[in-house]
Design a protein around this ligand. Sequence first.
Ligand code: F6R
Length: 611
Amino acid sequence: MCGIIGYIGYDNATPLLIEGLKKLEYRGYDSAGVAVHTEHSLEVVKAKGKLCALSEKLQQMPQLVGNLGIAHTRWATHGEPSEQNSHPILSASGKFAVVHNGIIENYIAIKDELLKKGVKFSSDTDTEVVAQLLDIYYDGDVLSTVIKVISKIEGSYALGIICAQRPDELIAVKKASPLIVGVGKGENFIASDATAIVSRTKDIIRLEDEEIAIIRAGSVKIYDKAKNEISKEIVHIDWDVAAAEKAGYEHFMLKEIMEQPTAIMNTIKPRIKDGKIDFEQDGVSFSMADLKNINKICILACGSAYHVGCVAKYIFEKILRKPVEVAVASEFRYMNPIVDGNTLVVAISQSGETADTLAAMKEAKALGARVLSIVNVVGSSIATCSDNVLYTWAGPEIAVATTKAYSTQLCVVYMLAIYMAKKLSRINSAQHAAFVEDLLNLPSKVEKVLTAQELIKSLAKNFYDCKNVFFIGRNTDYSVSLEGSLKLKEISYIHSEAYPAGELKHGTISLIEEGTLVVALATNDALFEKMISNIKEVKARGATVLTLTTEMHRAEAESVSDYCICIPKTSDMMMPSLAVLPLQLFAYYIAYLKGCDIDKPRNLAKSVTVE
Ligand code: F6R
């Protein structure tokens, strides 16, 4: 989704801003622009399409030189992707330039009001009302002007603002959309995420809602809406800059798939002490009474994180014998949720900024639930808003399609389940020890599955031009099918559906015809024979079947399928971690062979910060 970077300092802003925008490309966008304070005026250059279009435009004109600037990658919401609608948006007088992430929900009313006053609008965006209000309210005091503007607008915003009359000030303010200030030496930044600035500074300040930052080259001052200066903590982010580079891989997605053994190890290892799962370093503990009082677990998430929730439902219900509801976060708020003080809410999110998940968990909190989040980005909004956080130590995930974050989220789910089951005496010490051993062996098994890369690449050659794919499975294999299907459709644009294998015959099987690809997941021993029946059902109707199973079932699976991928065995609970890997690689190679833009699929954004 949209990306923001702003700079003030000793260097020329333009190349720094373009470099920053390149780092934000992964978030998804359809136009980009930059505004630089040059001498006494604000110069704005914008282009529809990819960043190279903006760079080309900049090269064809006299150099844009200045020490203060803001820039933006826009993912269109209000108004089509066009140069006119891209940011920065200039106010009518040219005094203010604004970049904005989020949605101004009352912009139509404000726009009508301003149009009646004769203000001329030049875009279809909701953002333009901010620029025009700044113009109207400006009385020489930029802080009070911004306070007036944010008192008028409703919705979500992360705003970067520069003013022609303030060559030494960069202004930032946010509400329900992330924005950070990067603190450097003689230079400072704003950014929608740290990726954009981490090569220049790793010291950041996270702005809270309605805090206003007035940033100069040598100082950062933060105020509340009553103009009181607030002291804020500077957080040092422990990011390896190289982690956000491709390191020789053709795509971030493949690199991130291959990083999974390490990501899983980093997520599990620190939480196992003396053979026990220990969340002490996370500040998370549940007493026996806490656990006994939980009469329902409610999982809130979107997309792939929701699919982790679907796996978790099977696991928690089986091992804890507590009812689990998995809610698509965007639906949760509007379904009159049954949540109270005895509900444990588990919010799952890679970015920690997904607006739907954030809104849903706030709703759950207001209803009295304890909220535990599983998040990858440290200090993100979802992490900060939760009662407890268990971080997934996957490192920065750049490809839009999640892989390593999904895998690490699964691991946290396993650990939570085992930890709670032990406390509730639902498993004995021997079972606990066996699970812990399986957890510790997981990274090497993941590594082994990933060595099947070439086999999967050659299988993909048979299918990259197919039009429809069905994924089927039972129990957690069904949940993993949902993820395999999403991976395929989002990056290869091939239509695919995931179905519980037994459900196909209740309607969908009518879509199976000669040559339709069905990917059958059969990794659960107890359900293997049932899956064989389902495979035979679709084979009898002409399907081409690719079966994913464990080594011990190879012979039988091969006898009924056209193709087979075999993976090692671990406990049933942890099979999703191994089963998802071939599906990630399969989607990757199909998209690769189709020549798709794998890391930045069309219409998608990495961090979905609007509801
Ligand atoms: C799919 C994908 C999305 C995200 C979803 C939630 O590959 O990445 O479906 O899982 O948008 O995002 P987070 O996890 O950041 O809340």
